[in-house]
Design a binder for this molecule. Structure first.
Ligand code: AMP
Length: 422
């Protein structure tokens, strides 16, 4: 048997899993302040949900999906991202009846068959929000601000983050722009890679994302959509910027930011962080006003973002920020000899029932080794129970910070521990 996790996946060992839990907790607290509610959708969907929503010609759909047939011959796909599923669920359960709105957030694993490298996995973890039902520019600014505030709340230093914003236009102005870019690609075919040349026919805007230095240099001279936005899109984009300016959110306009999914309309944005190498986008998103109609639903504007856990952790590590790692136990109950084993077992349970994180030895360790284990666990208090203490109905409480020892009654040990913990 191959005992290694599949390529591009990683076990979340306790240190990293704790960081994930911390990140989801911070998200829950912060997102609630902005009115978001949790939603959990299945990890797989009918393949169509992604092919129709994300777009056949995108890298995700064309190359990266984990698609399989179930035993009944249905084509199913492990979700490569969260938005398509949330919009599908919103439609199925009529979460946004005409004229209303919903704010939803999710957290969980996503799956893309990509070439693994630093910050790029085949199973990775995302946290995301979707704000459905509003076409107003103020909600674009609110969602962007929430993403910035979230990274700040985690401790990513502001000076190590760059917020990029752009408008991708809509069905009124983007088709003509796509043709313009396709013509540009054909006119510069000699300077572009084969993939970019093919993109002229399939998805010309993706040529802006090509990592090939020659292509990047050539595409730098391509016409930008900002200059060709229709009046409505231009006004919307201007209003988003006014709202961001009003809040003092720093951003850079990046006319070449196109992001890899077809469903985006108008506002798109991305936050890049230092210290990650080429996979430096820690989160991003955009508006998708036509996605619900793509699924046969009523016109329902919406936008959202998704941020990646692994890359956010890399950003925190490279900035020297430690994610909080709470002590695994507050109190360790040590046993002097076997005569008090059952009393120790009972005391640990009583402390836990009282809401205190308590631990004891289950491996017949010596008293000295029990103290060492308490050290490893980082407990602030050790309670030592020996036959003498037990006979007197007491236990010795050792404050591991001050090294002071006091005898306390077993019956009130929880109170004494709490007083020491402060
Ligand atoms: P996207 O859904 O492509 O807009 O990605 C949103 C965020 O998810 C990115 O900014 C990354 O932080 C993260 N992400 C996307 N793809 C991967 C991947 N293959 N491995 C790790 N993180 C990823």
């Amino acid at each position: 048997m191959n005992a290694r996790a599949p390529k591009g996946t990683a076990d979340m060992l306790p240190g990293v899993a704790r960081a994930w839990e911390h990140m989801t907790r911070v998200a829950q607290d912060l997102f609630a302040r902005y009115g978001y509610e949790p939603i959990y959708t299945p990890l797989f969907e009918h393949t169509e949900v992604f092919t129709r929503g994300i777009g056949e010609a995108t890298d995700i759909v064309a190359k990266e999906m984990y698609t399989f047939e179930d035993k009944a011959g249905r084509s199913l796909t492990l979700r490569p991202e969260g938005t398509a599923s949330v919009v599908r669920a919103t439609l199925e359960h009529t979460l946004v009846p005409q004229g209303s709105s919903a704010k939803l957030y999710y957290a969980g694993p996503m799956f893309r068959y990509e070439r693994p490298q630093k910050g790029r996995m085949r199973q990775f973890w995302q946290i995301g929000v979707e704000a459905l039902g509003s076409a107003e520019a103020s909600v674009d600014a609110e969602v962007i601000t929430l993403l910035v505030r979230y990274f700040e709340a985690l401790g990513v230093p502001g000076e190590r983050m760059t917020l990029l914003v752009n408008s991708m236009g809509d069905e009124a102005c983007r088709p003509a722009y796509r043709d313009t870019v396709a013509a540009f690609i054909r006119g510069h075919a000699a300077d572009l890679c084969d993939e970019c040349k093919r993109r002229a026919d399939t998805n010309p805007l993706r040529a802006f994302d090509c990592k090939n230095p020659g292509c990047a240099a050539t595409m730098a001279d391509a016409p930008v959509l900002r200059d060709e936005l229709c009046d409505e899109c231009a006004a919307h984009y201007a209003a988003v910027k006014v709202h961001l300016d009003a809040l003092g959110i720093a951003y850079i306009e990046e006319p070449k930011l196109v992001r890899g999914l077809d469903y985006y309309t108008r506002t798109v944005f991305e936050i890049q962080a230092e210290g990650l190498g080429s996979q430096n986008a820690i989160g991003g998103g955009g508006r998708y006003d036509r996605l619900m109609q793509e699924y046969g639903g009523p016109a329902t504007p919406g936008l959202g973002f998704a941020l990646g856990f692994e890359r956010t952790l890399l950003a925190l590590e490279s900035a020297g920020v430690e994610t909080p790692a709470p002590a695994r136990a507050d109190v360790y109950v040590a046993r002097v000899d076997d005569s008090v084993s059952e009393a120790v077992f009972g005391l640990v349970q009583a402390l836990r029932d009282d809401g205190i994180a308590a631990e004891m030895d289950h491996q017949a360790r010596s008293l000295k080794s029990q103290f060492k284990q308490a050290d490893r666990l980082g407990t602030r208090v050790v309670l030592v129970l020996g036959p003498d203490e037990f006979a007197a109905g007491e236990v010795t409480l050792r404050d591991m910070n001050t090294k002071e020892e006091t005898r306390v009654e077993i019956a009130t040990a929880a109170e004494a521990v709490r007083a020491t913990l402060g």
